[in-house]
Design a protein around this ligand. Sequence first.
Ligand SMILES: Nc1ncnc2c1ncn2[C@@H]1O[C@H](COP(=O)(O)OP(=O)(O)OP(=O)(O)O)[C@@H](O)[C@H]1O
Length: 862
Amino acid sequence: MPLVMGDALLKWQKYGHFGKQRGGTYVALAAGVLAAGIAAKQMLPARASSVPVGAVANEAPDMLALGAPRSGGAAAAQKKAEEQAGGSKNLAVDAEFARTLFRFVKICIPGVLSKEFRMAVAVAALLVCRSYLDVWTSDNGGEVVKAIVGKNRQGFLRHAVRDLLCMMFPIALVNNLLKYSISRLKTMMRKRLSLHFHEMYLSSNTFYRISNLDKRMRNVDQLLTTDIDRFTSSMADLYSNLSKPILDILLFSYRLSKTLGMGGPILMIGYFMAMSGVLRSIQPPFGRLAADEQRLEGEYRLHHSRLIVHSEEIAFYRGGGREKMFINEAFSRVVRHLHKIFAHRLFIGIADSILIKYVATVVGYCIVSIPVFFADSISLSSLWPASWSWGPGAGIAHAAPKVKKEESASDIAGVYTRNSRLLISLAGAIGRLVLAAKEVTKLTGYCSRVADLQMVLDEVVEAERLANNSSTSPRTPAGLGARRASRRLIEPIDGSSSSSSLQPSDAEHPSDKEDEHQQMGRRAESIDDTYRSSSDDDRTPSRAASAEAAKARAKRHELRLKLAIKSKTKNVNRDLSWSEGLSSANSASTNELIMQRKVERAMVPGSLVIGGDHLVKFVDVHIVSPDRILLCRSLNMEIHRGTNVLITGPNGCGKSSTFRVLAGIWPLYYGTLIRPRSDRLFYVPQRPYLALGTLRDQIIYPLQWEQAQTKHLATDATMWRLLEEVHLLEVARRKGGLDVELDWSEVLSGGEKQRLAMARLFFHRPAFAVLDECTSAVSLDVEGFLYTRAKDLGISLITVSHRPSLWRFHEMLLKFDGQGGYEYRRIQPSDVPGLTFSVGEAETQSLSPDHSEEQIIQSAPV
Ligand SMILES: Nc1ncnc2c1ncn2[C@@H]1O[C@H](COP(=O)(O)OP(=O)(O)OP(=O)(O)O)[C@@H](O)[C@H]1O
């Protein structure tokens, strides 16, 4: 840029100062156009040399810094982001986009009284100020040069010293206030949108469903952090990058028209616009290339993060060499892909230079030469009829270049300086406008990603809400809608599953139990019909099927289910079948009778009944994985408070999955489930989650200390007592006590972590606890103590374990066969040689329906 300006100045000196004044003026203007061409070239987007959008957003207000070099790294990063957002999708700027954008704008700027709206108004006001200051700077620059060339000391002092000193404060203030306000606006909008999404994503178990069950959204973390940031930044940039250039172009063109006529600016604008269209049409698919680059970079990063996470295991295996191979291979793939991108950039860079730099210069020369060489035959103003009062020719017949022979060198210099600055500014404004058009395209990409997230969250949250509603009113269309919506969660994103069927696991042998299985198979098919019909419905924009259709489907299912129950062959392996469950209702407590009736009423697929604290009951529940594998069919199991159940079976048979369904984090597709409120059901996994915070925070998780104090009367003494009960007193003292913040998952051993999780269980004292191999790393003696303590507290234990030592703490056995079948029965002494518990005692516990919650709690020592 300085070279070009110097070159132009030399030409101006040659032809303007020493040569003919008129010719010199036009050559000076040509130099200005040349500079403008280069400036505009720097502003044009979407090519290897394109300006980073963020940089432009920040620099846009600073018209004086148009030619300033920009960070290549930032450019690359922004470009990557830009192309990633656009991806390989063709996203249109249409009414749908406008509607979606408007929805998000309303979230970001909730009303005219909001602080975001006030900030947007402030930015608009500052943009207007900035444009007027740009014009003033150009005019004043011209006056300064004119004073210098004309040796006008008074004029120089007035314009170069007094005026500039007076205006420097407002200019600096407006420039920096503008940058500050745009940044604040971005952050404010990001905050609004992020909080909006946090509200949905972190409500209930939506985060789990999104990442584990709903396969449509990948990298939600990236969407919630990076993409929302880019989207709001892009919106704020667009706001400033659209409004200011339009204002600038009008202002600068008007000013230039006073000396050049309107034709010059309009032809230049037209040329840049046309060329940007041409370049875009021959542009390689940078969106797809960048998406691939992101993927390969992601794979490369993944190898590094796996190395960090599993460093200890890899070190034990001495696997550094093998890992180096993985990492180097992944890195080579990145490099090869980058080379491909560079080759594309080489091609587009050549086209870019020719069309935007050199041909633009020629065009600039031609435009300003027309009045010089063809003054008598062609006038720029004659390109438009002077009679058009509204067009570019309006009033310019007399406004054609006003350079008179008698003008002095200082006048020419002043005109030159002002015009060249105005041309540079005009070119910059055109560039930003072109960029803003690109920004809109980019915004469609970000908008579509955020809109996808919004849509999935809407559906998952709605499914969750309806599922909760359905627990009290399972027959209502809302309940059916919930089940349909929850089924949608396992539809793969491409919808291919709509024609697939619910698959039995690979190990299944239908011939073994032909009769029973035929029936079950039919029922599984009926579920699949539901999947098909519901998935078709669900893909329609209205989502909710008509109430009639829902009722009809419910009726069909009810009928099928009744038939299935009626003709069900008795499973000899089951001690407690559904029919027995019904008949035993006579001896059940009133609560149970009410519950049974609820169950009868709830005989439509996938009904959840939130009951009291005394019962967990599965009635014909199918356990289905998110991959639509039927892990267990028609699970019937009844666990009264006070009964402890041991669950066994081969790996992958669905032991943990049963509790995913019980906890409500996997959808209940079929059957009826009765369970207590979520906070009365506790889950202790094999690898306990330890949150960030103190030891106290680990024990009371997920409560905060204030909540824990209110709800459980928690005190420091309780905390120490719990630590003592799980044999962690010494460890706690060694680590610095209750209030030391450490990364507990790092500083505790596997067994210590499991014992801490048991302290958490004892603190919360739920009605039922699912212990999923949660003492696998604990020594046998401590394990026995922990189980005894849990039972003493009145917690009914549902344990998944392969350890024979744990059998004695349970009365019932649920044994999966790994082929979709199971048995649920009382544990017999013969099951485990050397088992030492009293069967009579166990029987009393498990069969006593009158064993009320109050009795259990009262008998439990605290
Ligand atoms: N999020 C998931 N998406 C898809 N399939 C899953 C998911 N989680 C588990 N599965 C599959 O469900 C099946 C049952 O898993 P589950 O965790 O219930 O096994 P398990 O009986 O507890 O096994 P183990 O004794 O090894 O812990 C497995 O085949 C597993 O691959």
